[in-house]
Write a protein that binds this ligand. Sequence first.
Ligand code: CU
Length: 154
Amino acid sequence: MSAPTSSHAYGIGVIALIVGMSAVMVFYTSFYIPESLLKPSVSEHILNPEDGDFIIEIVLGAVIDGNENYVPNKPTVLLGFTNKVIWQNNDDTPHTVTPDHRQSDSYSGDFGSSGVVKPGETYEFLFTESQTVPYHCEPHPWMTGTITVEKSRF
Ligand SMILES: [Cu+2]
């Protein structure tokens, strides 16, 4: 009467295997995958660009239609060199940095200041991918700029 016993043991073995594999999959999908989605591997020189902060100044008087506002207005920044961008509000009016269309960087997330950047304050964004971002100021839609992010050719 060894046949029933061994098939019973076999059944338990299969169930144990299924349970074990399910546990591994649950662990993998709930811990490993979100972790890797959250932090895509970005090279060290993109995380710490060589030229430090790239400043875009919101100049004094930017609020007035016809004046310069975001300066430089249409720069191209290079990954690994100038991809860490800081908008600095040197005007005496609060402004925003708002993308014309929803724009996301897989490392840094959604682009755009959440709320206004007050006079004297800054908004910072680390670009890690090539992209072109047209943006504007929410309360003053005539204030517009575009930033282009490109891979370095070196
Ligand atoms: Cu504004």
